[in-house]
Design a protein around this ligand. Sequence first.
Ligand code: KG4
Ligand code: ZN
Length: 346
Amino acid sequence: MLILGVETSCDDTAAAVLRDGQTILANVVSSQDQVHGPYGGVVPELASRQHIKTILPIVDGALQKANVRLQDLDGMAVTYGPGLVGSLLVGLSLVKGMSFRSGIPYVGVNHLEAHLLAIHLEHEVPFPYIALLASGGHTLLYRVSGVGDYVHLGGTRDDAAGEAFDKVGRMLGLAYPGGPAIQRAAEDWEQAGGASQPPLPRAWLGETLDFSFSGLKTAVRRRLIEACGGTADDGLAMPADLVGGLAAAFQASVVDVLATKTALAAERSRARSIIVGGGVAANGPLRAALAERAAALGAELRIPSPSLCTDNAAMIGAAGSQRFVAGTRAGLDLAAVPSLRLVPGG
Ligand code: KG4
Ligand code: ZN
């Protein structure tokens, strides 16, 4: 079974070809970081315009790389939510058009489900497992007991973790995206033996498995105003030592909360494995903290390769293949659903 996966839910244009839902023949992604970089965050209108420009070459590229012709495909899978509506519509409309023209059936895929199942492209992870999804758009905890069997355990009440990294990166005058830049700034500062900053707050939100990062963001802003009279957003130059110290303190807060709540979820659910998805899973200190917590619980930590952690179409093809096997087919009336949920609650 040959499936083409297409993903355009946010700011990555991606296409992949999978054999039997498991073997990746091609996995092509075009990132829009350069487009949104000057604005310090994703600009929805620019994202959809960029998808329109890149989607055809990306799909062609994936088919060519896989050495597959369109008519060889058994099906197509495309993200129909959650995401930015203008972005979602580009991929969905393309796949509908291709399906209409060629007669090849297609299915709609929930982007969150695809992230939860991406790990199976590389590892055999026994169910149930706890999945932490942390990216620019989502911060969610699920218990995954099987394909289609998900329980929402918690999620962010305001900013996503990656969004907080990006916004704080901007305040500190660092490059976009903020996540890798903050990690690097913290490492450089540590190596240089910089002056420590007092710890920044952590929003524990009682016994819940929910997250909140907006107070932490405000705390960074307040420190910058106290020290410099404003932030880099105001055009002010930030002293390197302060930037590094705050980057490290901010990162420590986010990592502490993400790792503690993920471990708590695993403990409460008696899950033997923990998986992580989304761009924030690339964070070195987060990986180290999760590995430590998992070891203490006797659980196994599995993180997909970076290209399968961040938004990609291989995971869409994999989740879509499951749908095809189950006999699902989408009609041309399938709508993009920007606030699509996986299960009631999140
Ligand atoms: O999954 P992803 O590529 O897609 C979107 O959400 O669009 O995640 C991107 C997010 C950004 O917010 C970025 O700052 C964050 O992941 N990120 C990181 C790191 N690398 C990427 N955050 C912390 N540390 C990193 N090393
Ligand atoms: Zn995603």
